[in-house]
Design a protein around this ligand. Structure first.
Ligand code: MRU
Length: 346
């Protein structure tokens, strides 16, 4: 199966697939500074929780590299860059996880008098490598849940493009296909940014996996027909204390419909998406520019004075989630807290 690589480091720069140009053009943009990376995260050139976590880590590598040749200046610059990158998108916990992991390495290097720029870049490279390995494990764990022949609905894009490679929810589908299972994927378009129609469809097409795109408002009716074996989505933040799942706006509606029509609702995500501390009330849901709702394909579709609400994510309660698929195995939402002792790094 053809492998997509969302981002990579070469000759002192970070290259990102420009996801705004997909599906019509596959091109990479070059980030030379942490500010380039911050802009790319904000305008969704790079998007998807794990991908923005790793992109931010490389952003800090660019910050360290660009500064003066001594460790004091490097640490200072890395901290300033971390503050900027933290403010790009508020909901995905992976962003903070990536930044905190790099800060810890930078501080350790400072204490040991090791070169910070070198240590930070090595850690970012390690995170990128781990991301793909973890997604493959998620894929193996999740694929076992799928019947040999089935129709799976996903949502948004939780594929290679939302990670460094392979994907989480789409990783499960990929792994099932690699095991020889016969899978058809139903892809809701995912208004307003159309990650389903543009990105997930692109990935499935590239991988040669059967799919059909639907409008978002078709999902409940299709579920009511009894033709969907399960739904698999990704996540931006899963609360270990309560089991709530934050993901792309519209996930909650799908989960409610799936529950009503008794269709299993799976969430596939790495442990780095688990937030071991926060409660649902503390989650910041990103609100994006109204223009994203008021315009379609760059053209205004409503009155000039019309206003819109544009929440980018929603929160699904644990009782609507059948299982959470991670690299550590498959869990009930209530079981995630047991991972805290092993995984609460930052
Ligand atoms: O706004 P986006 O496109 O960054 O939102 C992406 C999602 O909601 C994904 O489902 C989530 O980040 C998981 S990606 C593996």
């Amino acid at each position: 199966m053809k492998e997509l690589r969302t981002l990579f480091w070469r000759n002192g720069a970070l290259y990102l697939i420009d996801q705004k140009a997909l599906p019509h053009r596959l091109r990479y943009i070059k980030c030379r500074t942490y500010l380039d990376v911050a802009k790319a995260i904000k305008d969704m050139t790079v998007r998807g929780a794990p991908a923005i976590g790793v992109a931010a880590a490389y952003g800090l590598a660019l910050a360290a590299k660009s500064s003066l040749k001594n460790n004091d200046a490097m640490l200072k610059r890395v901290k300033i860059a971390a503050d900027v990158l933290r403010k790009t998108r508020p909901t995905a916990v992976n962003l903070y996880w990536g930044i905190n992991r790099i800060l810890k390495v930078a501080e350790e290097a400072y204490m040991k008098n090791d070169n910070i720029a070198k240590a930070v870049l090595e850690e970012a490279e390690k995170m990128a490598k781990e991301d793909v390995e973890i997604n493959k494990k998620i894929g193996q764990n999740g694929a076992k849940l799928l019947p040999d022949k089935c129709v799976v609905m996903t949502y948004c894009n939780a594929g290679a493009l939302a990670t460094v490679g392979y994907g989480t929810a789409l990783g499960v589908i990929r792994a099932a296909v690699e095991m020889g299972k016969n899978i058809t994927v139903i892809v809701p378009e995912t208004r307003p940014k159309l990650q389903g129609a543009r990105l997930t469809a692109y990935e499935l097409e590239t991988a040669g996996i059967n799919y059909r795109i639907i409008t978002d408002n078709m999902a409940s009716f299709i579920l009511s027909k009894g033709i969907i074996d399960c739904i698999i989505v990704g996540a931006d933040r899963i609360l270990a204390r309560t089991g709530h799942v934050t993901n792309k706006i519209g996930t909650l509606s799908l989960a409610i419909s799936a529950n009503y029509f008794k269709v299993p609702f799976y969430v596939a995500a790495p442990i780095s998406t688990i937030d071991f501390e926060k409660t649902p009330e503390e989650i910041v849901i990103e609100e994006r520019n109204e223009e994203e709702v008021l315009c379609f394909a760059g053209k205004r579709i409503t009155l000039r004075n019309a206003r819109a609400i544009n929440f980018a994510f929603d929160i699904t309660p644990p009782e609507l989630v059948t299982r959470i698929i991670t690299e550590e195995g498959v869990f009930l939402p209530s079981e995630l807290i047991n991972l805290k002792a092993k995984y609460q790094f930052y």
